[in-house]
Design a protein around this ligand. Structure first.
Ligand SMILES: Nc1ncnc2c1ncn2[C@@H]1O[C@H](COP(=O)(O)OP(=O)(O)O)[C@@H](O)[C@H]1O
Ligand SMILES: [Mg+2]
Length: 277
């Protein structure tokens, strides 16, 4: 067998686990104009996310989850309020905060390896060999080593999301922002990804803000689950999930947490109905 050349010191340095960011969202409001009037997507939303915390935002469609994620990513600006990462205002997108979407948005003209390599292009301190070593590390982390030369159109939905995850992780961000990344996948594929994402979060020590409308998924992944309510978008309630990892989506204890969250979700929508809102 051919021996692999050792990683250079710059590649090893690039692969070091770096300190995750702390996020502070303070009194953030954001509205949009639409044909039917003004929509208050976020109404004075505040939240703190600790360094290395895994937080899930859960709520029905339209309650401002994506808007908040885009603001943390620096893709949208709030109308008022402050958003800080490690005490510094977020004013634009940055390599420290990378987003993964429901649609993997991969480059179809590049193979799996090329897609992961892409995010490393802007790292001037790395040689081409370093970049390849780093990309290989992340492909292994997400379990795609065997598929590194596969074309994107040959992959299943779950494998595409693994590529997207490796691509987001490769530049070693301090924060990973995930917007319903598993929503389009079948249940079995999702279960595997829940296990992998928990393992990767523990190994790579990222701050993760994960958006979903799936309560069980939120309880499986989050240290904390924040329940959002719509029109106007607000944080309605917060749940701490105190279960050991790796968590199994089918466990009875987890179902207990999910039931508690769903009850709160129902109670709130019934109160709104009675109020005629
Ligand atoms: N660019 C936009 N233009 C107009 N309305 C928008 C825009 N983005 C979001 N909205 C509205 O803001 C509200 C919150 O949207 P969004 O953040 O996408 O919610 P979620 O991700 O929770 O489904 C919705 O009512 C949506 O229609
Ligand atoms: Mg959304």
């Amino acid at each position: 067998m051919r021996r692999l050349a050792a990683r250079s010191s710059s590649a090893s340095q690039e692969l070091e686990v770096i300190a995750p960011s702390k996020l502070a969202i303070d009194n953030v409001s954001k509205s949009f104009q639409s044909a039917s009037g003004t929509v208050l997507a976020l109404d004075h939303v505040s939240l703190q996310v600790d360094e290395g915390e895994f937080v899930c935002l859960v709520g029905a469609s339209g309650c401002g989850k994506t808007t908040l994620l885009n603001i943390i990513a620096g893709l949208e600006k709030p109308d008022s309020g402050n958003v800080l990462a490690d005490g510094k205002p977020i004013t634009s997108p940055g390599r420290d905060r990378l987003v993964m979407f429901q649609e993997p948005a991969l480059f179809p003209w590049l193979d799996v390896f090329g897609n992961v390599l892409f995010g490393l292009k802007l790292k001037p301190n790395l040689t081409n060999k370093d970049r390849r070593d780093v990309a290989k590390y992340y492909l292994e982390l997400v379990g795609l080593t065997r598929f590194e030369r596969a074309n994107i159109h040959e992959l299943s939905g779950g494998m595409k999301q693994r590529v997207a995850l490796a691509r987001a992780l490769a530049p070693n961000p301090r924060v990973l922002l995930m917007d319903e990344p598993f929503a389009a996948l079948d249940a079995l594929t999702r279960e595997q990804l829940y296990g992998d994402l928990q393992r990767i979060w523990e190994e790579r020590k990222k701050t993760i803000v994960f958006v979903t409308h799936n309560v069980r998924e939120a309880a499986c992944l989050g240290e904390r689950v924040l329940l959002f309510s719509p029109h106007p978008g607000r944080i309605q309630e917060e749940f701490a999930v105190d279960l050991p990892r790796p968590r199994d989506i089918n466990s009875v204890d987890l179902a207990g947490y999910a039931t508690k969250i769903i009850r709160s979700l129902r109670k709130f929508s019934e109160e709104r109905r009675e109020d005629g809102r």
